[in-house]
Design a protein around this ligand. Sequence first.
Ligand SMILES: N[C@@H](CCC(=O)N[C@@H](CS)C(=O)NCC(=O)O)C(=O)O
Length: 214
Amino acid sequence: MALELFGHPFSSYTWKALIPLYENDTPFTFRSLEPDYPGNDAALKAHWPIGKFPLLVDGDLVLPEASIIIEHLYPGLVPAGRDEALEVRLLDRVFDNHVHTPTQAIVSEHLPFVTETPDPGRIERSRATLDAAYTWLDARLQGRGWAVGEAFTLADCAAGPALFYADWVHPNDGRFKHLAAYRARLLARPSVARCIEEARPYRHLFPLGAPDRD
Ligand SMILES: N[C@@H](CCC(=O)N[C@@H](CS)C(=O)NCC(=O)O)C(=O)O
């Protein structure tokens, strides 16, 4: 059955679903949410009134939530062993909840269509969360090639976009060497590098001003 993925090339959670599709050379139709394709936005909301993306349509099955899309398409990206699976899901949650979410909060405080008066307290609290997450991750990643060891898993799909954009809003100041090395490995991985290249034309949309790197 043909797969359809709704998303936007600059959207971090879209990357999370695209990474394993690219890793596996899986054929699919990309339903871009660029304004040039207004029908795709209406179709997304008809499937999923919450309206967040990515969203996968696989025949009769409609799945939102990037982690669930990945577990449906690639169950092998979560190891079979209980302890390893828990570690992968833990890292997936940490990247989503404690890296991605505070990053999105800082970005949204700079979007004029969200707020005309950025809340410095929310920005400061989000930076503190990122700092705490960087500290925890730096220790956890020591000696690991990928998020949970030598195999590329669901957790790495979450980490790629989360760490890419987090470093733009709250740069690693050199204190977190294992995290910096891991981010560099992720950015060099062909599936992640492809997402970065496809998103490059949209960097002007980044409300804080995209840094001249990556
Ligand atoms: N929990 C969702 C989060 C998805 C999400 O926040 N997507 C953003 C794009 S990166 C979005 O839909 N933004 C548009 C909106 O909030 O209306 C997931 O894991 O897929």
